[in-house]
Write a protein that binds this ligand. Structure first.
Ligand code: ATP
Length: 765
C-alpha cells in the first residue's frame, strides 16, 4: 500500500483517480445485478468496447468470470495480477457483484474456496471509491476468531492492496506493543483484528473512533457469533454505526435470525454457492474414518506418522494438554520427521513462528482447534488426522478444510472410538463422503511400551501425561452431544496405560452438592482398585476394528507403500525440534495442586487442601535427592544396553509389594498415632490433677517444675510407692516418699486408688 513517489505523479494520479472513481460509481450503479439474483447462473458478459469508455457502454458485471471484468480500481487489479489471481472462484463470482454495489452479504462456501478475496476486494474498493485518506480514520474492520487467521488475512490484504494508499493494522492479542498500537490505531483505515483486542482498544484507547466505519466483515462468522464471543461481539457492535455495509463469511454459515438481527443486516444477499453441491467438503478431498479404541489412539497415531514420513500432516487433538504431551513424548521418541505443536497457551510470536515453519517445511503439526479454521498453510497440507473426534459437523468440516484447498488435493482420516460411531452417521447426513477403512495390522506399531519407559525416565512427561489424561476426560465430559460423547463409556484404565502411565490417575467428581458442575481431581492412587468408578467406566474393547468396511488398498492409511519410507531419524529433526519447548513441560508449582505430588511441599499442600484425600503417595528419591517415578528403580534393574524396560509381570509384582508395604506402614502409623493420643490425654489429666493439688496445697513445687515427660515418669514411680511404701529405699526415695506422704494427706487413699486405676485403664484402652 505504497503512495506514489513524486508530487507530480501524485497529482496526476489523483486526477485520473477521480475520473476512475466516477466511472466505477456510474458503472456499478447502472449495471447492478438484481437483488437475490445469482450471478453464477448468468452468461459471461461481452468484452467492453475498445477506446474511451463511459458507463452506458460498459457491460453488466454480474456473470464475470475474471477479476478484470469487474468494476474495480486499477490499483486493486494490479495487486491481484501481481499475486496471480486472474480467474474468480465460484464464491467470488457469486458475491462480488453484490458486495461491490454495497449490499450486505452472508456468504457460505466450502473451505479453501477463496472467501478471503470475496470480502477483501469490496473492502478496498469501498474505501477507494469513498476517497478514504489517513485523516478519515477507521473505515473498515475485519474481525477473525483467531490470531493466526487475522495475521493471514492481513498478509493477503497487504498483497492485494499494495497499490492503495490506505494504512492498515493488525490488532491481535498476545502482542506486547499494545501501547504503541494505542498511539497509532486512530490513524489506521483498515483494522484486521480479533474480537478481544478490538474491544480492548474500544475500552482503553483514548479517542478511539470508528463512528465513520463503512464496512464491517466477520470472517468465520458462525464462530464469531457463537456463545464464546457473544458478549465481546455485542459490546463491539454497540459501538459501531448502524449505517454500514456488513459481510459475513464462513464455510459453515449461521442461519440464526437472532444472530443476524444482532448485526442489523439490511436485506442481505444469501450466497451459498455450494448448497446444491453433492458434498459439503472440497471434491478433491479424500476422506476416511477408522474405528480406533481410545486406548489405541496413540498407537495408531504413532503408526500413522511412522508410515507417512514424507507427508505434511496436521494432527488435531482435543486440548492444549493433549497436544503438549503427545508432542513432547513423540519428540523424545524421534519418529523420523520434524514435529511441531500449536495451541492457544503458546506465546504469540512462537505461534506465528510455528505456523510459518509448518508452511515451509514438511513436518507433523499437533494442534488444537486453534488451527482448524481459515488457515491456508500454503495449500501444502497432505493429511489431516483427527485423533480426537470433533465436537460437531461444522468443526469436522473446518478441520479437514486445512487440506485440499483451492485446486489442490488432500486426504484426511478421522479416528472414531466405538462409542462415537454416531458421528459417522451425522457426517454422512451432512453430505460428507466418508469411507470407513480398516488399519493394516502389518503397519501397526504400538507405542505404549515405549511411552511407559519414557515416562519413567522423564517425570516432566509423566506429569504432562497425567494432565492430558484428565483433560481429555474432562473434554469428553463437557461435550454437549451426549449421544456421541459419554465419559462413562470410556475404558479409563486402558487409556491411562496407553499413555504409559504407571497408574490410572484418579478422577473424582468432587462437587457433590452441585452435580451439574463437576470438578475432576486427580492423584495417583495408592491402590489402583480404589480408583473411583473403575468398573463403571470400563467397557469391553475386544473388538478393535470394524470389519464391515470394504477394504480399499488405495485408501488404507497405513498401507500405501509410496507413503512409507525408511523410518530413520531425519537430519533436520533436531534442528526442527528445538528443546526450548521443554520448559513448557515443566510443572509450575502453582499448577500442581491437583496432580499427584512428587515433592514434600506438595504433600503438605495436599493435606491442607483435602484431608480426605487418599494418603500415602510414594515418593522415590535418587542419590542426588531428585524425585523419581515409583517405577524408576525396577526399570533400572531391568535395563540392558542402556535402555529402560518395564516388564508387566514385574510391574504388577512391584505394585503388589508396594501396596502390602504401605498397608503395613499404615498400620504402624495408626498404632503410633493412637499411643501418642493416649499419652497426650494422660498428660492433660495429670496436669489437671497437679493443678488441683496445688490449689489444695502449695507444696509439690518440684513436681510442677518438671518437664512433662519427667513428671509422668515420677508419677509412675509414685504410684508404685504408694502401694509398696518401702522403708528399704535409699535417701532419694525416702525424700520422695515423704512428699507423697505429705500429699497423701491431701488426697485420700481411695482417691489415689481410683486415679491410679483410671490412669491404668486409659493406658490399656
Ligand atoms: N481467484 C483465485 N485464484 C487463485 N487462487 C485463489 C483465488 N482465490 C483464492 N485463491 C487461493 O485459494 C486458497 C484458499 O483461499 P481462502 O483462504 O480465501 O479460502 P477460504 O474459502 O477462506 O477457506 P476457509 O473456509 O478455510 O477459510 C488460498 O491459497 C488463496 O490464495
Amino acid at each position: 500500500m505504497k503512495p506514489p513517489k513524486s508530487k507530480q505523479s501524485r497529482k496526476q494520479r489523483r486526477l485520473s483517480e477521480v475520473q476512475e472513481i466516477e466511472l466505477l460509481d456510474a458503472w456499478i450503479e447502472s449495471r447492478k445485478p438484481d437483488s437475490g439474483s445469482n450471478p453464477l447462473s448468468l452468461p459471461p458478459p461481452p468484452p467492453p468496447p475498445p477506446g474511451e469508455q463511459d458507463a452506458a457502454s460498459l457491460p453488466p458485471y454480474a456473470g464475470s468470470a475474471r477479476f478484470d471484468q469487474l468494476p474495480i480500481s486499477s490499483r486493486t487489479k494490479d495487486g491481484l495480477r501481481d499475486a496471480k489471481f486472474v480467474k474468480m472462484t465460484d464464491v467470488q463470482r457469486a458475491s462480488l457483484p453484490h458486495s461491490l454495489c454495497g449490499r450486505d452479504v452472508l456468504g457460505a462456501a466450502k473451505t479453501g474456496s477463496g472467501k478471503t478475496l470475496a470480502f477483501l476486494i469490496p473492502v478496498l474498493e469501498k474505501l477507494y471509491r469513498e476517497r478514504w485518506g489517513p485523516e478519515d480514520g477507521v473505515g473498515s474492520i475485519i474481525i477473525s476468531p483467531t490470531r493466526e487467521l487475522a495475521g493471514q488475512l492481513f498478509d493477503v490484504l497487504k498483497v492485494v492492496g499494495k497499490y492503495h494508499g490506505f494504512s492498515a493494522g493488525l490488532l491481535i492479542g498476545g502482542r506486547k506493543d499494545v501501547d504503541l498500537e494505542k498511539q497509532s490505531v486512530n490513524d489506521l483505515n483498515v483494522l484486521v483484528c480479533t474480537p478481544g483486542r478490538l474491544l480492548q482498544h474500544m475500552d482503553e484507547t483514548p479517542n478511539f473512533d470508528c463512528s465513520q466505519l463503512k464496512v464491517l466483515v466477520l470472517d468465520e462468522a458462525d464462530r464469531i457469533l457463537d456463545v464464546g464471543f457473544k458478549k465481546t461481539l455485542n459490546a463491539i457492535i454497540s459501538q459501531l454505526p448502524k449505517h454500514r455495509q456488513t459481510m459475513l463469511f464462513s464455510a459453515t454459515q449461521t442461519k440464526s435470525v437472532q444472530d443476524l438481527a444482532r448485526l442489523s443486516l439490511k436485506d442481505p444477499e444469501y450466497i451459498s454457492v455450494h448448497e446444491e453441491s453433492v458434498t459439503a467438503t472440497p471434491s478433491r478431498l479424500q476422506q476416511t474414518a477408522m474405528t480406533v479404541p481410545l486406548e489405541q489412539k496413540l498407537d495408531m497415531l504413532w503408526s500413522f506418522i511412522r508410515t507417512h514420513l514424507k507427508s505434511r500432516t496436521l494432527v488435531f487433538l482435543s486440548s492444549c494438554k493433549q497436544v503438549k504431551f503427545v508432542y513432547e513424548a513423540f519428540k523424545k521418541l524421534r519418529p523420523g520427521i520434524p514435529l511441531k505443536c500449536l495451541h492457544g497457551r503458546m506465546k504469540q510470536e512462537r505461534r506465528m513462528g510455528i505456523y510459518s515453519e509448518f508452511c515451509e517445511k514438511r513436518s507433523v503439526l499437533f494442534s488444537t482447534d486453534v488451527a482448524s479454521r481459515g488457515l491456508d498453510f500454503n495449500k501444502a497440507v497432505d493429511w489431516v488426522v483427527q485423533v480426537d473426534c470433533p465436537e460437531d459437523v461444522a468443526s469436522y468440516i473446518h478441520r479437514v478444510g486445512r487440506t485440499a484447498r483451492y485446486l489442490s488435493g488432500g486426504r484426511s482420516v478421522l479416528f472414531l472410538m466405538p462409542s462415537e460411531m454416531k458421528m459417522l452417521e451425522k457426517l454422512k447426513a451432512a453430505k460428507i463422503p466418508l469411507e470407513l477403512v480398516k488399519a493394516n495390522d502389518k503397519r501397526f506399531q504400538p507405542v505404549s511400551g515405549l511411552l511407559s519407559a519414557l515416562l519413567v525416565k522423564y517425570p516432566n512427561i509423566q506429569y504432562l501425561a497425567q494432565r492430558a489424561f484428565i483433560t481429555y476426560l474432562r473434554s469428553i465430559h463437557i461435550q454437549k452431544d451426549k449421544e456421541i460423547f459419554d465419559v462413562m463409556k470410556l475404558p479409563v484404565d486402558d487409556f491411562s496405560a496407553s499413555f504409559g502411565l504407571p497408574m490410572t490417575p484418579k478422577i473424582r467428581f468432587l462437587n457433590q452438592k452441585n452435580k451439574s458442575k463437576i470438578v475432576l481431581e486427580e492423584s495417583l492412587p495408592l491402590e489402583p482398585e480404589n480408583a473411583v468408578g473403575k468398573s463403571e467406566l470400563k467397557v469391553s474393547t475386544k473388538s478393535l476394528m470394524v470389519n464391515d468396511s470394504k477394504q480399499d488398498e488405495e485408501n488404507d492409511l497405513l498401507l500405501t507403500d509410496d507413503d512409507v519410507d525408511e523410518a530413520q531419524p531425519d537430519d533436520d529433526v533436531d534442528e526442527a525440534q528445538p528443546d526450548d519447548d521443554v520448559d513448557e513441560a515443566q510443572p509450575k508449582v502453582n499448577e500442581l495442586e491437583d496432580v499427584i505430588p512428587a515433592t514434600r511441599v506438595l504433600k503438605k499442600k495436599k493435606l491442607k487442601i483435602n484431608v480426605n484425600r487418599p494418603v500415602g503417595s510414594r515418593v522415590v528419591f535418587d542419590d542426588e535427592g531428585n524425585t523419581l517415578p515409583p517405577l524408576a528403580r525396577i526399570a533400572e534393574m531391568l535395563s540392558s544396553d542402556g535402555a529402560l524396560l518395564l516388564d508387566k509381570g514385574k510391574k504388577d509384582e512391584y505394585y503388589k509389594r508396594m501396596r502390602e508395604e504401605m498397608k503395613q506402614v499404615d498400620k504402624e502409623d495408626k498404632l503410633l498415632e493412637r499411643q501418642r493420643r493416649r499419652e497426650r490425654r494422660l498428660k492433660q489429666k495429670m496436669k489437671l490433677k497437679e493443678g488441683k493439688g496445688k490449689d489444695d496445697d502449695d507444696e509439690g513445687e518440684s513436681e510442677l517444675s518438671e518437664s512433662d515427660g519427667e513428671a509422668m515418669e515420677n508419677r509412675k514411680r509414685k504410684k508404685s510407692k504408694i502401694y509398696f511404701d518401702s522403708d528399704d529405699d535409699g535417701g532419694t526415695q525416702k525424700e520422695t516418699n515423704d512428699k507423697i506422704n505429705q500429699k497423701s494427706d491431701a488426697i485420700s487413699l481411695a482417691e489415689q486408688e481410683a486415679l491410679a486405676l483410671k490412669l491404668l485403664s486409659s493406658m490399656h484402652s
